[in-house]
Design a binder for this molecule. Structure first.
Ligand code: GDG
Length: 501
């Protein structure tokens, strides 16, 4: 990006949340996380702005603007709020975003509620975001829009006569295959909306392939040019870049924190709670896409098939509350708790509990202590944009002796396929086998595999991700973007030779 260009970031949530205190004053909480850590320095350097919902109603926004303005000083970049009415929170956020796009894009078509009111609210809120962006930016600024809540913002900007901004969009969740995308009543409009961005970024080659397949089928005459990580799609007179950029974490920060005294003390405490036992760890938001019941079924089968695991390993499953107002999230919680009860009833003995299920939220040192104390991390997502938990566990595995069991449907699989133990979470026997293999893996092999995972993640961290995306937006020549890994489950060697003549 050249000197005069500024970076404007838009995401559903701002990195600061405001709540009214008892005396009617505004209390502000800053959220952390890899994305914020990576974007803040760029925003400071470019005198940029972050635009998003600060967690307040549309009617409260005028009050809040002054607080945000003040806060901008201490943050080193501007923050601008977009307010949502209670109805919009229902229809735009819980409705279209989380009961249409989220389930559909994670292949849960039967959980979708295609209510047209949700769609109208989505367009309206996207329009409002576009207005604030227009107000905050000038021609030539680069607008980086994040995630599935805001897919129509660039089109709204253009409709408002502000189409001279350069825009990029990054989808943090998967993009669905054609047959699923076709279920969406607003499929053409949404696809066209995305084409208003100059760069569309996905997590993996899988998502990019799905998107391009939708484009080829639904936008006749589209021409694709190039191969590899970033390609060009021409539709009529418009050319759009389409790329795959696997998001990551601040690896060094995680590793340093894992080595800190605060974390080391907690690790010692955890180990003393599980004397002589291996911890298998699950950390998931309570979401049907994370495959928590599948993980529990796999663990149960492993205990049955391999009795030597009993009393030797415990599954610690941390579940973080999420979207509690949506019925499917209640149902999945009930199912998980029923399964945990069943497995505990079947296997628990004096002095050993097979599953430690915890529902809540943990501060960062406690979370990192769990990562570091665990021998195995078990990720069984049924579909996942990336899955940062897998990367955080690996960064915290300081002695490089942890084993990562990873669902082949997590985006992280494309990068980590050689060294993680991959499972199809629908294959309960495969999950059980992987658990057995991980718990019995010799130290040398564990170190080799985890060492390579850590080397890779140290290089391809969150700062690499930001740089890569911004470079893909501005590079004239896309020639150097040739490499792209995709994951395809390999058939055993010679498997199809046995097909009859
Ligand atoms: C979406 C996509 C994609 C969780 N519990 C606690 C806590 N966490 C933090 C973890 C991790 C994050 O939340 C979860 O990230 P994931 O990537 O696993 O999953 P989603 O929330 O579904 O995120 C996903 C991601 O966006 C980024 O693009 O990878 O595929 O679905 O960072 O550490 N943090 C703390 N306490 C907790 O209790 N402190």
């Amino acid at each position: 990006m050249t000197g005069a260009q500024r970076l404007i970031v838009a995401s559903n949530r701002l990195p600061v949340t405001l709540r009214r205190g008892h005396e009617g004053d505004w209390k502000m909480e800053r959220s952390s996380g890899g994305l914020v850590t990576a974007l803040e320095p760029v925003l400071r350097e470019q005198e940029g702005t972050w635009i998003g919902w600060p967690g307040v109603g549309a009617d409260e926004l005028p009050d809040v603007e002054a607080v945000l303005e003040r806060e901008s000083g201490s943050l080193g970049y501007r923050v601008r709020g977009v307010g949502l009415t209670a109805q919009e929170e229902k229809d735009f956020y819980l409705g279209f975003s989380n009961q249409v796009v989220w389930p559909l894009f994670h292949d849960f078509q039967t959980y979708c509620n295609f209510d047209p009111t949700f769609w109208r609210a989505y367009r309206e809120v996207n329009r409002r975001f576009a207005k604030v962006i227009a107000d905050e930016s000038a021609a030539g600024d680069f607008i980086w829009v994040h995630d599935y809540h805001l897919m129509s913002v660039a089109e709204e900007l253009w409709q408002a006569g502000e189409g001279d901004r350069k825009t990029g969009f990054f989808l943090h969740i998967p993009f669905p295959p054609l047959d699923l995308f076709l279920k969406l009543p607003w499929r053409f409009t949404l696809l066209r909306s995305l084409l208003h961005y100059d760069l569309i970024g996905f997590q993996t080659g899988r998502d990019r392939r799905n998107f391009l397949e939708c484009l080829r089928t639904l936008a006749p005459g589209v021409e694709l040019e190039g191969e590899g990580r970033v390609v060009r799609a021409r539709v009529g007179k418009r050319t759009v870049r389409v790329g795959a950029f696997p998001i990551s974490i601040d690896f060094d920060e995680f590793a340093d924190e894992a080595a800190s005294n605060a974390v080391s003390e907690r690790v010692a405490r955890l180990w003393s709670e599980f004397p002589g036992r291996q911890i298998i760890l699950g950390v998931d938001r309570l979401d049907y896409s994370k495959g928590i019941p599948h993980k529990l079924h796999g663990f149960r089968l492993a205990l049955h098939r391999y009795p030597s695991l009993q009393e030797r390993v415990s599954l610690v499953q941390l579940v973080v509350p999420s979207r509690e107002d949506i019925p499917e999230y209640h149902a999945i919680r009930t199912e998980i708790e029923r399964l945990v009860g069943r497995i505990s009833g079947e296997f628990t003995r004096p002095g050993w509990v097979p599953i430690h299920y915890k529902y809540g939220q943990w501060d960062r040192p406690e979370l990192i202590a769990h990562y570091r104390a665990a021998r195995v991390s078990l990720v069984t997502s049924l579909k996942d944009g990336m899955n940062l938990v897998a990367k955080e566990f690996s960064a915290a595995s300081l002695e490089a002796d942890g084993v990562l069991i990873l669902s082949e449907y997590a985006g992280a699989t494309a990068q980590l396929q050689k060294d993680a133990l991959l499972v199809n979470p629908y294959d309960v026997e495969e999950v059980a086998e992987a658990i057995h293999q991980a718990c019995n893996m010799k130290e040398g092999e564990r170190r080799k595999r985890m060492g390579r995972i850590r080397d890779r993640l140290r290089k391809e961290d969150i700062f690499w991700w930001v740089d890569t995306f911004l470079k893909a937006a501005r590079d004239e020549d896309l020639g150097e973007w040739n490499e792209l890994e995709v994951y395809q489950p390999p058939a055993p060697p010679g498997f199809f030779d046995a097909v009859r003549d």
